[in-house]
Design a protein around this ligand. Structure first.
Ligand code: PLP
Length: 455
């Protein structure tokens, strides 16, 4: 099967799409045709949230093969943070394509890898010497962070928090809070991973100090600091539902970790790279992680991830102990340098605050009309609402996953892509690109409000 239905001359593909437009049922006929082909060759374990097949994308708009245009409030799960197909990023990748595609940095190196490491050293928290290793995916960054922490400390155990998500490889599926769908049936899981209670202000009502005392007490009882190599935390949890920890929680954990020789690792794979209005969300909490993991947004859509950290920790790994065939691919590294440059050139970090204000104002107005919105939270272009059963917002806060499913489906049918999240599947998360306009936000929230009314 080599024929393609991707070219759609009726939608003037030379013009970048700028606004929401629905011209067929969702998914449209061409998407359905592609989906039928896909089902014969791609297993159901690889699931697509919205099986509309994409033809092009620009800024915060996705256009599918049927000519439908969606306001993208997901950015490929926080990857196209600077916007889809930004000129300088595309140009940098194209330039590199003409020069060379691969040498393997661990055989014959090249500058862009070094430049990305310099930029990460500059823009991650902490005024000390740092090193970075570049890899291909977030999960691979997590795996490497844990490897390095174990080597440095000579300790075995790894601690993570409830509601965490760290990936789909063997080690990381043991680090996730949710077994289904990430680990169910895929065991045996890696050992020596401990899931400590977290800070979830909407549900636990604890102050940061109380929540930290609970986490630390759990770790001291169940593991013991002397066996603990690393504590891995997402400063704002992603898949778990964008929980912003109570004030003081994260600094207390970091203080305990450093007092006990535990490597403090911030998984900023979703919260990083400008999404929250700082290069990394750790900054909002005064955190200076020993190791920081980045991926998703760091190369504008090309696959790249990194472990960045204190030189003395990073240097513990023996030569040849880190790396991989494609890690720090030259095209991805060139795009990443362009992403950093673009954030500076266009002052993109400032957009995050604008987006947060607009989203929260619109969502608050919707919450006044519909009492199933229990919580509105997040920082910058990382905002979520948690939906509860009617009348339970100040009592049991019983999760309402059905409403989340119905709203995401309504939004998609009307040209707005909104992702879900949450341990109980009852969170709608908004993580648009920093290029989204106020008009696009208002338009999307209008659709969402109609969705609430239609529930
Ligand atoms: C997406 C994500 C990962 C895994 O990244 P992949 O590139 O999908 O392997 C790990 N941690 C967090 C917080 C993530 O959001």
């Amino acid at each position: 099967m080599t024929d393609t239905v991707l070219a759609d001359t009726s939608t003037a593909p030379s013009e970048p799409p700028r606004e929401r437009r629905i011209v067929t049922a969702i998914p449209g006929p061409k998407s359905q045709e592609l989906h039928a082909r896909r089902l014969k060759v791609v297993p159901p374990g690889v699931h697509s949230v919205l099986p509309v097949y994409i033809e092009s994308a620009h800024d915060a708009i996705l256009r599918d093969v049927d000519g439908n245009q969606f306001i993208d409030l997901g950015a490929g799960i926080g990857v196209t943070t600077v916007g889809h197909t930004q000129g300088p990023v595309v140009e940098a990748a194209k330039d590199q394509l003409d020069k060379f595609l691969h040498t393997l940095f661990t055989i014959t190196p090249y500058e862009s890898y070094v430049r990305v490491a310099e930029l990460l050293a500059e823009h991650t928290p902490g005024d000390f010497e740092k090193r970075s290793v570049l890899v291909n995916s977030g999960a691979e960054a997590v795996e490497n962070g844990v490897k390095i922490a174990r080597k440095y400390t000579g300790r075995r155990a790894v601690a993570v928090l409830e509601h965490a998500y760290h990936g789909r490889t063997n080690l990381t599926m043991a680090m996730n809070f949710k077994a289904a769908p990430y680990a169910t049936g895929f065991g045996p899981l890696a050992g020596d991973v401990f899931h400590a209670p977290s800070s979830y202000p909407f549900h636990d009502g604890l102050s940061g100090a109380e929540a930290a005392a609970r986490t630390i007490s759990y770790l001291e009882k169940h593991v013991g600091a002397s066996d603990l190599a690393a504590l891995v935390v997402e400063p704002i949890q992603g898949e778990g539902g964008f929980m912003v920890p109570a004030e003081g929680y994260l600094p207390a954990l970091q203080e305990w970790a450093s007092a006990n020789g535990v490597v403090f690792i911030a998984d900023e794979i979703q919260s990083g790279m400008g999404r929250t209005g700082a290069y990394f969300a750790s900054e909002h909490f005064g955190l200076v992680p020993d190791l920081l993991l980045s991926a998703k947004g760091i190369a504008g859509g090309l696959p790249l991830a990194a472990v960045t950290g204190r030189a003395e920790i990073m240097d513990a790994a023996q030569p040849g102990g880190l790396g991989g065939t494609f890690g720090g691919n030259p095209v991805a590294a060139a795009a990443s340098v362009a992403v950093f440059d673009l954030i500076e050139r266009d002052g993109l970090l400032a957009n995050a605050a604008r987006i947060e204000k607009r989203l929260k104002a619109g969502l608050s107005a919707i919450a006044e009309r519909f009492d199933i919105i229990g919580d509105i939270r997040g920082i910058g272009a990382m905002v979520a609402i948690e939906l509860v059963q009617p009348g339970t917002a100040s009592t049991t806060k019983a999760p309402n996953a059905a409403a989340v499913g119905a709203l995401a489906a309504y939004a998609a049918e009307n040209g707005v892509l909104i992702l879900t999240a949450g341990t109980y599947g009852n969170v709608l998360r908004f993580l648009p690109s920093l290029a989204i306009t106020d008009e696009q936000i208002d338009d999307a929230l209008g659709v969402l409000a109609d969705g609430f009314a239609a529930l």
